[in-house]
Design a protein around this ligand. Sequence first.
Ligand SMILES: Nc1ncnc2c1ncn2[C@@H]1O[C@H](COP(=O)(O)OP(=O)(O)OP(=O)(O)O)[C@@H](O)[C@H]1O
Length: 755
Amino acid sequence: MGLFSKLLNRPGSQSAKGFAWTDAALPQVAELEADLKLLSDDELGEAAAAAFSDFAGREAHIRFAGIAREAARRTLDERAFDSQILGLFGLLSGNVVEMATGEGKTLVGAMAAAGYALQGRTVQVLSVNDYLAGRDREWMAPMLDLLGVTSASIDQNSTLENRQAAYASEVCYAAVSEAGFDVLRDRFITEDAEKRIPERDVVIVDEADSVLIDEARVPLVLAGSTEIDPADAKIAELVDGLSKDEHYDVSPDGRAVSLTSDGIDLVEEKLGGIELYGDDSETLAAVNLALYAKALVHRDVDYLVHGGRVRLISDSRGRIAQLQRWPDGLQAAIEAKEGLETTESGEILDSITVEELITSYRLICGMTGTAVAVGDDLREFYDLEVVVIEPNLPLQRVDEEDRLYIMESSKEKALIAEIVEQHKTGRPVLIGTRSVSDSERLAEQLSEKGVAVQVLNAKDDSREAEIIARAGTKGTVTVSTQMAGRGTDIRLGGEEVAELGGLLVIGAGRYQSSRLDDQLRGRAGRQGDPGRSIFFTSLDDELMHRVPEASRFVTAGDDKGRIDNRRAQALVEHAQRVAEGENTAIHRDTWRFNQLVQKQRGLVLEKRSRVRKDGEGQDDVRAKAKDRLVEVEAEFGEEVVAKALTETLLFHLDERWVEHLAFLTDLREGIHLRTLARERPHEAFNKESIQAFASFWPDVVDTSAEAIEAAEFTSEGVDLPAHGMKRPSSTWTYLTTETTFGSDIETFVKKVQRK
Ligand SMILES: Nc1ncnc2c1ncn2[C@@H]1O[C@H](COP(=O)(O)OP(=O)(O)OP(=O)(O)O)[C@@H](O)[C@H]1O
């Protein structure tokens, strides 16, 4: 998004939804203040209730803003700044608001939640994790109470009753994943009393860019237990003994790996003279998965081993991704590589992507520190506009030009020299690294130079608050992996540190996305503090592999290997735009595939609800199993038979959906290969999936009728499990990382699973 569109979406502009009047409204909000101060708490609550019933449109918003500001002042000791009032208007008009780090987005979100609730709407505030959902709700509850708005939060450990009560309150705080899992669980209920989320009305998304764009494609999965074979330990051991270049090659972009002919010979020999590329495609797939796990998935970069388990590291957050796992076969291969026990695995009952979840709400809005760079994507995928809110106090941070080096080693040397130099003055320094292993290496090198460092990485985020609290004090050097997002407010250690220039943020390399860079820079210069940021890059950095033309500059360095050349520096940003463009293209692709799946799922869910509530499908089954049903009805009565029919139909409908979902996944993976030539993949996919879906309901009726014919009735109806209609013994939920890998890996996974 260029400067032009950036300007367009300043508050007061026409393009953001409903936003044309807000700047001018600020004095009017301020005018209310003196009178509102005179009200008792009860009277203020009454005024809040009346704001939207006695007033309308612009006037209602202005009154409400005044009341919310007063409520926050009384209960939280935070009188909302003008910038926060503008943020509130942005959210109440259904936009994504961009406000810098430390500008107080938590309060803005809570005021907006109250504003929607007082208009009779139900609100969910979605955060990126349980901790933030709980913290924010607890923090904001006194204000919401005073405004007469009920609120609650849920987390992983909430019971069914907790959840139902929480979603029934006017404002519910939850992690995105928990809300998604509850939507999935609600799809499989057999009684109304099990339903968790009554409706999805307004959603306020915190860290909107990472949720709506970076994590949009992550599928949340509800799985049911099945038995699976553990990954083959013998193959893992064999593959572990292979050497790079001799036995296998890794592609230059690091995304593919293949055996060399020596590698093939060795594997074939060790597996007792089999022919790897012969008929036994399962062994080949298992070898490929093990090789993938060995060569392309790196410990301390992509995952950690923690408490005897493989824990994925979130790409965009540099932290342990809670509840996240790889597709089953790969997860098992990595567990085998680390010599760990294979964890549970199962059949996917249903899944929902973060994007599907969010777009299922009637109204979406959100806040984040970095949205402008994905403004076009937000418009394309969510029909959302970005509103940029100027900081409460002007930004004082200075962002330096990148320092570009030829080689990784020259970059590292310069980076360390800079840190040592700055540290001598006592200025606090925060260094952001790309991976856990980078952060550990850098910390070690700095210790060798006599610089004491505190390290913050995914291995230990329990001490995060404590480490961050110190990061702005004199003489502190902090090395951290990407810590995008919330709860990381770095306060300067007083006047002395301000005089040293405030916090210095150093990026040890650019991220794939400029937003992640900006989030790191944003740690310095909060609320008008002084600060500075510098990024160090080298032509060796993975990001720079995307721009082959960068190799022209390998001879352009000075004696320290630094390339002081504008054109070369511009290539860094170019590489980032290439990476971001690839991401959008993948997003668009997934989006198109998901459209149809979503439609079919909608039809199935409607059908399911009619089967459950209106007895739909009973006549269809009766038509097929007439004699049998007449017979049992005479013996046990209509009611018993109707209940048995409903249960049987629901069972087969759910099972048929699991099957259809697996078919669609297979189809989607294969489609690119089959349509290389002429047909467009999406069209071919649509055609075939529509064909397959045509038999969905007839199949459900047929299998149900067969089951009814064969079933033994008692006065209780039919004992479904005793007749082979067993639902999974347990279900559990997780996130997968489908999109990190190409379709190859998914194909291997499938083959191994089928084994
Ligand atoms: N109106 C206000 N008056 C005084 N203090 C405020 C006000 N609004 C927010 N704060 C304080 O500013 C700090 C940052 O608030 P908050 O964590 O909500 O910021 P944020 O925008 O979410 O930042 P980040 O992007 O780092 O999460 C908190 O300590 C909060 O108490």
